[in-house]
Unconditional design. Structure first.
Length: 234
């Protein structure tokens, strides 16, 4: 059960209204993330998909929510839906989240009520949204880490602030943008850039040569169509 008051005085009824409007439009598929050293599955990333027959993209669903001023509530609804449909607590569940959602008042209370303590979740902070209050965000991520939640920086190398995220947030995982994985086996400059970074998780692996080079360069974890496409969990 959700708390009576939600996000700085926002009533529970508002969350229920958003759930009623969008829940029939969203579902999640899950893409495996592999440990390259032993080829075991480390966990799965929950990827939002459109469950309706309208063929609306997840991006458009969030744009519609943004117009109505409820994108952060939809963000939480997406996380809640992904957790409920995952049901594989022995593996890590990677969940995308806007930094602004983490900064909403009473977020930690919401998390404690809605996320099973037995689940090891990894929150991927989306690079598409700029961060204005690093101190407050670091306080929240630290609180989450004391609860066993892991923090990931998503799309490392794409946005202007990725080094600041790395330094300020002390993440458990750093996910390289798929740009680095594309033709990695053929691009010496990309290989040098990857070698300068350690303990990374590479996204967008689609060719076996790129996977082999990534492993040789010290990449510990990888995900991509070569390893497994997003799909509903069986």
């Amino acid at each position: 059960m959700l708390p009576t008051m939600f996000f700085g005085g926002m009533k529970l009824a508002i969350f229920q209204d958003v759930e009623k409007e969008f829940s029939s439009s969203i579902t999640h598929w899950f893409q495996p993330i592999y440990e390259l050293g032993n080829n075991n599955i480390l966990g799965y990333e929950a990827l939002l998909r459109n469950a309706s027959q309208l063929k609306v993209s997840p991006t458009d669903i969030f744009k519609e929510a943004e117009k109505k001023g409820c994108e952060n509530i939809l963000d939480l609804l997406s996380i809640k839906t992904a957790i409920e449909s995952f049901g594989c607590e022995s593996k890590l569940l990677f969940l995308n989240i806007f930094p602004s959602t983490l900064l909403q008042k009473n977020f930690l209370s919401w998390w404690d009520i809605n996320v099973p303590s037995s689940m090891t979740a990894v929150l991927e902070l989306l690079e598409s949204e700029s961060i204005r209050n690093w101190k407050a965000l670091r306080k929240i991520t630290s609180e989450l880490q004391t609860r066993g939640v892991k923090i990931a920086v998503d799309d490392m190398g794409r946005g202007y602030s990725f080094y600041q995220q790395w330094i300020e947030l002390d993440p458990d995982f750093i996910k390289l943008d798929r740009y680095f994985a594309e033709n990695l086996s053929e691009n010496i400059r990309k290989q040098k850039a990857v070698m300068s970074l350690v303990d990374l998780l590479s996204e967008g692996i689609e060719k076996e040569d790129d996977l082999n080079i990534a492993e040789l360069l010290g990449i510990h974890y990888a995900q991509g169509f070569l390893l497994g496409k997003p799909s509903p969990l069986k």
